[in-house]
Design a protein around this ligand. Structure first.
Ligand code: RIB
Ligand code: CA
Length: 307
């Protein structure tokens, strides 16, 4: 039976490929796509999500959500994703957002679902946190929370913090305290999913569908990571989706994770205690290794079946 999921995102170049992967995978039943501001402003992330679902000829409802974090000011990352969020690639305009604010829709789906629902978060965690903080009893209807977020070593937004985590650290802290283990695809995991021109060329040869072409065009705009000495562009968000589809491509470790919510240079840091040094209760699972070849093969195979 397919896993019922809600995909919360901030498209975003890597979000785009994650959305395609989720929509193309029979292992998942995407009940809704909810959107936050993140890589770029909500006006662009929402338009991008609508354009991507339209390109995939998907009827999955897309709902607008938070355009800023719970506390503090909104910050975006156009240096990686371009001013409009898809690296400058222009897609045909999508449809209209389905009425209903993301957090309300997430709660409604959890309330009405006959079975627990998996929450996938690949942007700032604001929408997910708002849903669970305002109706905590619904956590009982959450099967899993799977995030691309955090890092146990250096960040990519500050030396201490990864972009999604620092974009709304209080929201991430709420998820970590909700009573459901949070599965993390951290920067160390996604650094193993390095896209190179050769990977894109392989995908390009798998078909000529519009989604495959768009994915290749979008990914080709992403510069190699300076942080990873130019060896390639880490493909972050699809890793979180792929774990649900092919967990055998990953190894994972149960551990405790705490957030640095202070105002200083460590703000937004995910304090990932992989070696149980704190003795804190395990509230997370951290994905540690990835079979990159298997991951890229899966992604290419699924991109090729889309329209
Ligand atoms: O740090 C990478 C994460 O931040 C990805 O989700 C990317 O899309 C941005 O949202
Ligand atoms: Ca994202």
């Amino acid at each position: 039976m397919p896993i019922p999921v809600i995909l919360d995102c901030d498209p975003g170049t890597d979000d785009a490929l994650a959305i395609f992967l989720a929509l193309a995978s029979p292992e998942l039943s995407v009940l809704a796509i909810t959107v936050a501001g993140g890589n770029v402003g909500l006006e662009h992330t929402l338009a991008n999500a609508l354009a991507l679902t339209a390109l995939a000829e998907s009827t999955v409802p897309v709902h607008a959500g938070a355009d800023r974090p719970l506390l503090g000011r909104f910050t975006s990352e156009p240096r990686v994703h371009g001013e409009t969020g898809l690296g400058g690639v222009v897609l045909s305009r999508g449809g209209y957002a389905t009425p209903g604010v993301a957090a309300d829709v997430i709660r409604q789906i959890l309330r009405e679902s006959a079975e627990p629902v998996t929450l996938i978060g690949i942007g700032p965690a604001t929408n997910l946190a708002l849903a669970l903080a305002t109706e905590p009893a619904l956590t009982a209807k959450v099967a899993q929370i799977v995030l691309m977020s955090g890092a146990w070593a250096e960040g990519n937004m500050t030396p201490a913090a990864e972009f999604n985590a620092i974009s709304d650290p209080e929201a991430l802290a709420i998820l970590l305290a909700c009573g459901r283990k949070v599965v993390f695809a951290t920067l160390e995991l996604t650094a193993q999913a390095l896209v190179t021109p050769a990977v894109i060329a392989t995908w390009q040869g798998l078909g000529n569908g519009q989604c495959l072409q768009a994915a290749c065009d979008i990914q080709a705009t992403v510069p190699p990571s300076r942080r990873l000495v130019g060896r390639g562009a880490p493909l972050h968000d699809p890793c979180a989706v792929a774990w649900l589809i092919r967990p055998e491509l990953f190894t994972a470790r149960s551990c405790s994770v705490r957030m640095d919510l202070g105002p200083g240079p460590g703000r937004g840091r995910t304090l990932i205690d992989r070696w149980d040094r704190t003795g804190d209760p395990h509230n997370a699972v951290v994905l540690e290794t990835l079979d990159a070849t298997g991951f890229f093969d899966l992604l290419g195979e699924r991109l090729a079946v889309l329209p």
